[in-house]
Design a protein around this ligand. Structure first.
Ligand SMILES: [Zn+2]
Ligand SMILES: [Zn+2]
Length: 164
């Protein structure tokens, strides 16, 4: 599984000095934990805090690099999975097939759904939060009634503004 590879990469990451971020008490973090009915732990609060400050979805390794050096990689993976399951975080895969995580619920009301963009050049993944997935998208695909579609996931592949 991912454990060994992540730990290998973690070793070099811990050599880099970084500001110690001890999970500050922010209203957003507390609200999300309450929404998910999860107890506040330093890792949970830290992961949400890191994601809340990122302009784009982040991979687990990137999140880990911004947490205190002693943070356990596997706990961060589990935490991201828990958040995704609870619907306070959504995830999208990049060109490298690695999951990136961002705040927000992929299955939220249609108004809150957004497409994602994956740059074929730099590999960055973005939440296109200002764009909307058309309400009639699923109907327009002509899918048989036998399929119970819960929500669409739209990932656009191309060249981002920085690379274009
Ligand atoms: Zn790019
Ligand atoms: Zn997103």
């Amino acid at each position: 599984m991912f454990g060994r590879r992540l730990r290998g990469r973690l070793k070099s990451a811990t050599m880099i000095p970084r500001p110690s971020m001890m999970a500050p008490a922010t209203p957003l973090v507390d609200r999300l934990l309450k929404q998910a009915k999860l107890r506040r732990t330093p890792v949970r609060a830290g992961v949400l805090d890191v994601l809340s400050q990122s302009p784009r979805p982040m991979g687990a390794v990137e999140v880990l690099a911004k947490l205190p050096p002693a943070t356990d990689a596997v706990t961060v993976y589990r935490t991201l999975n828990t958040f995704t399951g609870k619907g306070i975080v959504h995830r999208v895969r990049g060109e490298d097939r690695i999951w990136r995580y961002a705040l927000g619920n992929a299955q939220a009301a249609a108004a809150h759904q957004h497409p994602h963009f994956v740059c074929e050049n730099c590999g960055k993944v973005e939440c296109l939060r200002d764009a909307t997935i058309p309400r009639g998208l699923i109907e327009s695909l002509g899918i048989g009634a036998k399929y119970a579609v819960h929500y669409p996931e739209v990932v656009l592949h191309g060249v981002c503004p920085r690379c274009g």
